[in-house]
Design a protein. Structure first.
Length: 103
C-alpha cells in the first residue's frame, strides 16, 4: 500500500511541476495571465509537501540507505525528477519490503 501511495504521489508531483512550468511560460512569455501559476503553484506546493514525507516513510519501510533516501528527496527539485526516481526504485526492487534475515 505504501509503495502504491509513494508512486502515485511521485507521479502527481511530476505532473504538477510540468503544469507549473507551463503556467510560468504563459504568465511570463505568452500572455501575462497568472491563472496557471496560481492553480499549479498551489497544486505543486501541496504535492511537494506530500512527496517529501512519503519518501521518508518509504525509506524507513523499505530500508533505503541514506544515499537512496537523499536522492529520493532531491528528486523533487528538478522537473520530472520524481518520475525518474520512481522508475529507478521500481526497477531495482527498492519498493519491496525487505524481510530481516535470521541467523
Amino acid at each position: 500500500m505504501l509503495a502504491l501511495a509513494f508512486r502515485a504521489i511521485a507521479v502527481f508531483e511530476a505532473f504538477t511541476w510540468v503544469g507549473l512550468l507551463i503556467g510560468m511560460l504563459f504568465k511570463y512569455v505568452i500572455s501575462g495571465d497568472p491563472l496557471g501559476v496560481r492553480i499549479f503553484g498551489a497544486l505543486h506546493g501541496a504535492a511537494f509537501l506530500a512527496y517529501v514525507p512519503i519518501t521518508l516513510a518509504a525509506a524507513m519501510r523499505f530500508r533505503w540507505g541514506l544515499g537512496v533516501t537523499a536522492l529520493g528527496v532531491a528528486a523533487a527539485f528538478p522537473p520530472l525528477g520524481t518520475l525518474l526516481f520512481d522508475w529507478w526504485v521500481s526497477r531495482t526492487g527498492r519498493l519491496a519490503v525487505v524481510e530481516p534475515t535470521e541467523g
